[in-house]
Design a protein around this ligand. Structure first.
Ligand code: ATP
Ligand code: MG
Length: 278
């Protein structure tokens, strides 16, 4: 067990792993072992890149300012004033909180948003209509990530993109992570969330699906089994795979050291999506 773990660790040295950490997990105020795992991975020579959202905290801040939050098809309607708050919370508070947690855990992190060094080029989403400053990634300038990683730091990326006119655009963090993984030539995309993986509710207990092919994922979406917050996650996985990332995973943070288990054990944890049939 220990020996095979060390074999895996050796095999992962120098490789890039993009990890997405959701706002809902952050909100719990308890990052569990995620931060420790990132620091341990970095120490083992892996290059983790953290991408984060911050949905609940944005909503809380908007509440405090007396601004109502509207969602259309799960996307936050983002007018100019809301975008200011989104950027303040994501690139400010949430980003610096994660950077600080990594630092307190003995690592070193550099926080940036998709605007820094032109990292996440975005354009406004055309549909559904009336979303305002909501964007999708249309290009990635990933060189800055390599520079930060090579210098021994963990890059922490807030999901704000830069539009054609220099404007800030609110990006879905799952989608941003998928696009970044593909552009960086990452060896793995890991999306952490508050459920153990992609679940199927049948007549009995909910079942966790440990391996899914691209076709199976499409079927689960068509059947409505994958819904709401899970939709952008599987989409991000499919995009990463299409962009050449060999495997994409959706895993829960409730198991201690889920990230290390995923990387350094044969069985892994949560749901793995691959281009291989099965
Ligand atoms: N088939 C499914 N299997 C598992 N979860 C599902 C499924 N379909 C929908 N979901 C929902 O997706 C949720 C995870 O997405 P969600 O967007 O809430 O979390 P997050 O992205 O980690 O955090 P946040 O969006 O707050 O940053 C689960 O809690 C569950 O309610
Ligand atoms: Mg989400």
């Amino acid at each position: 067990m220990l020996a095979s773990g060390l074999h895996y660790a050796a095999a992962w040295r120098g490789r890039t792993v993009v990890v997405k950490y959701g706002g809902s997990v952050l909100d719990a105020g308890d990052a569990g072992t995620v931060i420790e795992d990132l620091v341990l991975l970095k120490g083992a020579g892996v290059n983790p890149v953290l991408v984060h959202g911050g949905g609940p905290e944005i909503t809380r801040m908007l509440d405090r300012l007396g601004k109502e939050t509207l969602f259309v098809q799960g996307l936050r309607v983002t007018d100019a004033e809301t975008m200011e708050i989104v950027e303040m919370v994501l690139a400010g508070r949430a980003n610096k909180a994660l950077v600080t947690m990594i630092s307190m855990a003995g690592g070193s992190a550099v926080g940036l948003s998709g605007k820094d060094a032109g990292l996440l080029q975005a354009s406004r989403l055309q549909a559904p209509e009336g979303l305002g400053f909501v964007g999708e990634v249309v290009g990635v300038r990933g060189a800055i990530i390599q520079t930060i990683s090579d210098a021994g730091h963990i890059p922490v990326v807030a999901s704000v993109g830069i539009g054609e006119g220099g404007e800030s655009l609110n990006l879905n963090a799952d989608h941003a992570a998928g696009a970044l993984a593909a552009a960086l030539g990452a060896s793995k995309l890991v999306i952490l969330t508050d459920v153990p993986g992609v679940m199927r509710t049948g007549p009995g207990e909910p079942e966790m699906l440990s391996t899914l092919s691209v076709g199976e994922v499409r079927q689960l979406m068509a059947d409505g089994i994958v819904s709401r917050g899970m939709i952008p996650k599987v989409e991000a996985c499919l995009n990463a795979l299409a962009g050449g990332v060999p495997s994409a995973h959706i895993i829960g943070t409730s198991t201690p050291h889920a990230l290390l288990i995923e990387l350094f054990t044969e069985a892994g944890i949560g749901t793995m999506i691959t281009t291989q049939a099965g």
